[in-house]
Write a protein that binds this ligand. Structure first.
Ligand SMILES: O=P(O)(O)OC[C@H]1O[C@H](OP(=O)(O)O)[C@H](O)[C@@H]1O
Length: 326
């Protein structure tokens, strides 16, 4: 007999789809959307028993979890919300789930604001930052520096293949920050004009390695060679607890269509590109070793990468496991 699958609200499925297709993207935004989806699941649940309610929430968490593998903000968000579920009746469980998700989301927002203030202290009046991809944590540092009356300029790497650098450029221009947009290959040339490399993170490992958008590690190596400090802005929700027990972080491989713009490729190959044997690899992230990072800026202060494990232990203990196993 096939057991009934717990009902997952359509809105959870829609959120999972939006995360997978990157309609919702950026590690913090993904965590926030996942927490919101669990709250909606709780609100709309028609479970008749507490056990059925919990099953539904676990199923929803699993569906959200299986979208993208690299940003640990996603399982951290799911674990946080599920751990906050308490009560004897469906009504109590519902209420506590919604409250837990709300607390998570408010904390996330406040953490980013505090992180921004910490990061802004590293930026002096007149500094030029070089950015990679689009990170709301990194931008929070610039915003706080601007709020403190500092003049900041930016060299923005386009960030192939999805070109999220354009989102960064747009945001900075809204804040009246002078922006120079460059293609990724021009980064080394323009590093001499930068005072900082400023990036976000999708996950931070226990040894201080930074997992961020593909291209970050090459940028960091070049920055080290040029003597430009590398600053990583990452809320503690980006700390990857599993890495304390030796797990590695899975690097998401995305579809080749992101690399091969259909029309451009068609021009080069003379039309039909189906089954022509061209191998394409499209990793979304890479790993920057701690020796190429100067500081990890969190809402709890800034840390040399090698000491981030202390904060990780304090916040997460040694316990991990699948988010729905809490
Ligand atoms: O949480 P915030 O700082 O906004 O973003 C953190 C990171 O998430 C993004 O990944 P993707 O674009 O979702 O693949 C980028 O790699 C960015 O640095």
């Amino acid at each position: 007999m096939v057991e009934d699958q717990p009902d997952v609200a359509a809105v959870v499925e829609a959120t999972a789809d939006d995360i997978a297709t990157m309609e919702i993207r950026g590690a913090a935004a993904i965590g926030d959307a996942a927490a919101e989806a669990l709250a909606t699941q709780a609100e709309r649940s028609e479970a008749a028993t507490p056990a059925a309610f919990r099953d539904q929430l676990r199923a929803a968490a699993r569906e959200l979890y299986e979208t993208r593998p690299t940003a640990v903000s996603l399982p951290n968000a799911l674990r946080y919300v599920l751990r906050g579920i308490e009560g004897e009746t469906v009504a109590e469980l519902r209420e506590s789930t919604i409250a837990s998700a709300e607390t998570f989301r408010t904390d996330l927002e406040q953490a980013q604001e505090r992180l921004g203030e910490v990061g802004a202290n590293r930026l002096r009046d007149g500094d030029v930052v070089m950015t990679h991809c689009h990170s709301t944590d990194a931008l929070a540092c610039v915003e706080a520096a601007l709020d403190a009356g500092k003049h900041v300029e930016a060299i923005v790497k386009e960030t192939r293949p999805r070109k999220q650098g354009h989102i960064t450029a747009e945001q900075l221009r809204e804040w009246d920050v002078p922006v120079t947009l460059i293609v990724d290959n021009a980064a080394r040339r323009y590093l001499d004009d930068a005072d900082h490399v400023l990036v976000g993170a999708d996950s931070i490992a226990a040894d201080g390695s930074v997992i961020n958008k593909i291209g970050t590690s090459g940028l960091a190596v070049n920055a080290r060679e040029r003597g430009v400090p590398v600053m990583v802005a990452a809320q503690t929700i980006k700390l990857h607890p599993d890495t304390m027990t030796g797990h590695t972080v899975e690097i998401e491989m995305r579809d080749e269509s992101e690399v091969l713009s259909e029309t451009k490729y068609a021009d080069i190959a003379g039309g039909d590109r189906t089954d022509d044997g061209l191998a394409v690899e499209n990793p979304a992230f890479d790993v920057t070793p701690p020796r190429h990072v100067d500081a990890i800026v969190t809402e709890r202060g800034q840390f040399p990468p090698e000491s981030i494990v202390t904060l990780m232990r304090e916040l997460f203990g040694e316990t991990t496991g699948e988010p729905w196993e809490v």
